[in-house]
Structures are given as structure tokens and as C-alpha cells.
Design a protein. Structure first.
Length: 314
């Protein structure tokens, strides 16, 4: 992948983003830096997009839409912030079909208490995650739909496959979601990438993968030693280097786009993460993105099939 193909919506990389080459979606050209779309209109049932509402230790939340079905992955922001982010792309919370939780840490369920009071949408979580949540939020029981890590299920036509992951939570999982002509792999909060994760998300055209920290920045950074050991441990978070190794294999398996996620604000930065993974993607067709800490300025839009059309208007 050439440097010109590297794309990021990170605020700290805004100047670079303005110089990126134009992208094409069904004969509609737009440039990341000069077209910030406030309205998105979709025609056809195979349109998909990925939209990061928040990413990092202060909150994690993302939308995956495939055809007519939209699911929220994690709810680590307030309901107000979620509503505003969705409104910016002409969506409402009521448009969601369900919420998928990866685990019970606060940066992934921060908005759950208010959400379950206001909405009747199903919230999917593993048995272990649900049990941990109910200890603090018993009112969430009416929304919770539980499953065992590794189980597969369907949400309005989307095939969801959960994958147990190594992280210091009750029963954390990653997800693979198939539908609408696309395959999403969503893997964050992992101490390392086990073989079963690599094989399950192999063949996904879009992969969201943790790139939490730079090893040297973590080593010399301000965190106390116990926290450094937790982060770099077997049940902690994925380093830039480990992310890059996983990305190389995923690109060889056909990944078309990779979104680096859950970057630390103390032990990493977008350009450092991008450069580390870009090196292994040179010569491949895989596009590279970084999920910013706040909401993306526009979704990462994917058009499947020549009959699918997308119009973007300011």
C-alpha cells in the first residue's frame, strides 16, 4: 500500500487527510479532506458502512450497517453523545437493530444504564459479561440477550459469530459479522491474537483491529509499573507491533480495509500506529485507517455490487 493510499480521520492527522487522493464509490467522487457529508442517502440493500463513534480508553462505540440492518458494537459513550453522533449521519438510535457488547469494562458500557432505561432494543452479551453487568445494573436485565462465547446467532439477517478473546474481563469476545455482501471482523481489547481469532476473521473484507500502544512509549511513559504490566500482559492490550503482524496475515487473506482502533492517548499516537502497520501492507491492496477518539467525520462507506449506488451531499 502506498503512502497516498493511507487514510485517517484522526484529528491530529487532519492536515494529512486533506491531501489524500480522492476515493470512488459508484461514480461519486469525494475527497476525505474537503467533503464532510452531513447527509447520507443509501439506495440498494447491499450498502454497508462502518462508523466509529468513539475509540480508546475513554470510550468505545461503533456502528456497522449492512443493507437494512444496523448494529451498535459497544456502548462506551453517553446516550446523548451517541444520539448526536448518529444524528450527524442522519440516523437515530431507534434505527438500530441491536447492541453487541464485547465485555463489561466501563469504556465499553458507559452509556448502558441510561440506554436500557430509555430503549427496549436488545443488548447481546455473553453469560459472563451479562452477570458482571447485572451486579451493578440490575435494570439492564430486560434488554439483555445472553450467549456463550463462541456461539453464533442472527440479528435481522446478519450472521454474528462471537469469539472468546484473551482479556482481563469476565467473558470477553470479539465478533465476526456477515451480511449485506460484506464481512466485518471486530477485535479489540486482546492481549495477543490467538490462532482461532486469526482463522475466524481471515477472509473478512473489513477488519477493526486493536493497535493500543507503542512498546517503547509504554515502557518510558507515565503509567505505574503494575498498569504497564497489565497492558503488555497476556490478558491486556495489543501493541502496534503485534497488530502489524496480524494485519500482514489478514491482508494476505483478502482484507480490503483495516481500521486501527483503541489507541492509547498516553502510549501511542495515530501516526506511530499507522507507520508501524503500513510497513507490512506495502504492496497489498489493503487500505489503512485509524479510528479517532471521537466520532468519525463521515462513515467508512462500502459499496457491494455494481447495482448499489451511493450519493453524498453536503
Amino acid at each position: 500500500m502506498s503512502s497516498a493510499a493511507m487514510k485517517t480521520w484522526s484529528a491530529s492527522c487532519a492536515a494529512s487527510a486533506a491531501r489524500l487522493s480522492a476515493s470512488r464509490i459508484d461514480n461519486t467522487r469525494f475527497t476525505r479532506g474537503d467533503c464532510m457529508c452531513s447527509s447520507l442517502f443509501y439506495r440498494g440493500k447491499t450498502m454497508s458502512f462502518y462508523y466509529s463513534v468513539a475509540s480508546g480508553s475513554s470510550g468505545n462505540c461503533a456502528v456497522w450497517q449492512a443493507g437494512d440492518t444496523s448494529v451498535l458494537i459497544d456502548l462506551g459513550v453517553s446516550v446523548r453523545a451517541l444520539g448526536k453522533a448518529l444524528h450527524d449521519i442522519d440516523m437515530e438510535i431507534e434505527d438500530l437493530s441491536a447492541v453487541l457488547l464485547t465485555h463489561e469494562h466501563t469504556d465499553h458500557i458507559k452509556g448502558l444504564a441510561t440506554f436500557t432505561k430509555k430503549y427496549d432494543l436488545p443488548v447481546y452479551a455473553t453469560f459472563g459479561t451479562a452477570a458482571a453487568i447485572l451486579q451493578k445494573l440490575p435494570q439492564a436485565e430486560k434488554n439483555l440477550h445472553t450467549f456463550a462465547g463462541g456461539e453464533q446467532f442472527e440479528i435481522d439477517g446478519l450472521q454474528v459469530r462471537s469469539m472468546p478473546i484473551p482479556h482481563d474481563a469476565a467473558e470477553p469476545v470479539a465478533y465476526r459479522i456477515d451480511g449485506g455482501g460484506h464481512r466485518l471482523g471486530y477485535v479489540t481489547d486482546v492481549g495477543f491474537l490467538p490462532d482461532h481469532i486469526r482463522s475466524t476473521i481471515s477472509g473478512c473484507d473489513t477488519v477493526v483491529l486493536e493497535s493500543n500502544h507503542d512498546v517503547d512509549m509504554l515502557r518510558t511513559g507515565p503509567y505505574p509499573m503494575y498498569l504497564k504490566q497489565r497492558i503488555r500482559g497476556k490478558y491486556g492490550h495489543l501493541s502496534n507491533e503485534d497488530c502489524a503482524r496480524g494485519a500482514a496475515a489478514l491482508a494476505q487473506a483478502g482484507a480490503k480495509r483495516l481500521v486501527l482502533a483503541h489507541l492509547s492517548d498516553k502510549n501511542n499516537n495515530p501516526l506511530t500506529a499507522l507507520r508501524c502497520t503500513q510497513r507490512v501492507l506495502d504492496g497489498t491492496e489493503c487500505e489503512l485507517y485509524v479510528a479517532p477518539r471521537g466520532a468519525m467525520e463521515q462513515p467508512l462507506m462500502l459499496a457491494a455490487g455494481e447495482d448499489t449506488q451511493c450519493s453524498l451531499f453536503d
